[in-house]
Design a protein around this ligand. Structure first.
Ligand code: ZN
Length: 477
């Protein structure tokens, strides 16, 4: 049915020359340097003939997109390159990789409005620091914050370790500026907290992974900066005990509870094996442990409340051992351990990784049943950890000790499918905070609600009729 003239075509030398003439030679590289053709786990290589463009302004992004729209050239938006679902690499055709790294300005910051306007290429840690310099908090926080960018955070609706209290990237965004597929600029940088004027383009573009438009700047929501933290690393009797502890902590601390992370013994074992220099909170790995943190204005008050919760849980046998952070250094060490778990996982080498969410109450039974059902397929090692407070677990499979992961690669689809079936029957999601990208597009087609999937395809066709924006991401070709 498709007219060959309507197909996408890979970028070639003539296109690169024409783009360089429009934007200046220093804005365009061909082929794109290797790091723009890689993703962190090395699971998908970008096309070797990909080109790179680094526009300096929203106006230049607009010119690039209208050029590519006209010539039907695929465009892959690129933030910090830290995404874990292959959204930043395209292999089947040489695309134009559009990096926003030159657009990293903090355009304005207004503590009085509780808002700051930043360009998409701003690194998350720089945005946090800019807010802190004005005695405010930008609470989005994750292990990759030193290299991931705000544009990528919004495009993937990223989560991280403080969603429990402050919400995910979507919650923290008041407005966006974006360039649509044909080059038109959407000027939506407002700092309104309420705005019911029809369909919400901001919410449509957030989480669209660069398939509906390219976010070039955003108005971000700022919070008051907490004056004090209370942090504890606790061994718990079971995931069910961890959940009871979560509810007790919420009852005592309410929104002052900012993080509640679950960690398995397998995480401790991988950390001891691969990153032995990083201090572990316990000599002997507990089967399950929890890292929890509260934040508030008075140190004494939140510490007392957190300690009260822990004491009650110790008496009830829900908590079996624990450490309170006695200093900022202790606190940093606890978090450094937690945030290094993905690095240890990468060093071991997963067969396949997952980012699932479940209703909170379903998690203990899921954690009990899933290993048995997975081991019916293969005796893999399982590392389950993540943001229990959000019902979000990272659930990753590794080869048995001493075995090569390549020997298990062929089983990966079967392992994932079994896991997703266990998630689906409990009303869970196959992607909580990492997005769909290219690695999960097939799973989305299989597990998404058909009406939702139909609407997604219709929206894609309406906003990107030539299909140039990140083709193959989110919606399988
Ligand atoms: Zn996470």
């Amino acid at each position: 049915m498709t007219d060959p003239g309507e197909r996408l075509r890979g970028i070639g030398p003539d296109d690169v020359a024409a783009l360089a003439a429009r934007l200046g030679a220093d804005a365009v590289s061909w082929p794109a340097p290797p790091r723009y053709r890689e993703e962190p786990r090395g699971k998908l290589a970008g096309h070797p003939a990909s080109a790179l463009v680094r526009p300096r302004s929203t106006e230049e992004v607009s010119r690039v997109l209208s050029f590519c729209h006209e010539r039907r050239i695929p465009v892959v938006p690129y933030g910090g390159g830290t995404g874990l679902v292959g959204g930043q690499v395209m292999a089947d055709l040489p695309p134009l990789v559009l990096s926003l790294e030159r657009m990293r300005a903090i355009r304005s910051i207004s503590p009085a409005d509780g808002a700051m306007v930043v360009e998409a290429g701003a690194v998350l840690a720089d945005v946090q620091a800019a807010a802190a310099a004005h005695d405010r908090l930008f609470p989005l926080s994750m292990a990759s914050e030193g290299s991931c960018t705000i544009g990528g955070n919004l495009a993937t609706n990223a989560g991280g370790v403080q969603v429990l209290r402050y919400g995910n990237a979507r919650t923290l965004c008041l407005g966006i500026e974006a360039v649509m597929a044909d080059g038109r600029i959407h000027h939506g940088l407002r700092s309104l907290h309420k705005d019911n004027t029809g369909y919400d383009l901001r919410d449509l573009l957030i989480g669209s992974e660069g398939t509906l438009g390219i976010i070039t700047a955003a108005t971000l929501r700022l919070h008051m900066r907490p004056r004090a933290h209370a942090t504890a690393f606790l061994a718990v009797a079971s995931p069910a005990a961890a959940l009871e502890l979560l509810h007790a902590a919420l009852a005592a601390l309410d929104e002052r509870l900012t993080a509640f992370e679950l960690i398995s013994a397998q995480s401790f074992a991988f950390m001891a094996d691969r990153l032995p220099a990083i201090r572990r909170p316990f000599e002997t790995a507990p089967a399950w442990s929890v890292l929890m943190e509260a934040a508030g204005s008075e140190a004494g008050e939140i510490e007392d409340r957190l300690f009260g919760v822990i004491e009650t849980a110790l008496v009830a046998g829900q908590v079996t051992d624990g450490r309170m952070a006695r200093s900022e250094r202790d606190r940093r060490e606890f978090w450094h351990f937690r945030e290094s778990i993905p690095l240890a996982n990468r060093a071991v080498g997963a067969i396949v990784s997952h980012d699932i969410s479940l209703p909170l109450g379903a998690i203990p039974a899921f954690l009990d049943e899933a290993p048995r059902r997975i081991w019916e397929i293969a005796p893999v090692r399982i590392n389950a950890f993540g943001h229990l407070g959000d019902g979000n677990l990272h659930y990753n499979f590794f080869p048995p000790e001493g075995c090569d992961r390549r020997a298990y690669a062929a089983l990966a689809p079967k392992l994932s499918e079994r896991l997703y079936e266990l998630v689906a029957v409990r009303g869970g999601s196959i992607s909580a905070e990492h997005g769909i990208g290219r690695f999960r597009a097939g799973d989305l087609a299989r597990f998404a609600d058909p009406a939702a999937l139909g609407a997604m395809r219709a929206i894609k066709a309406a906003l990107d009729p030539r299909g140039i924006l990140n083709p193959g991401a989110v919606l399988a070709n």
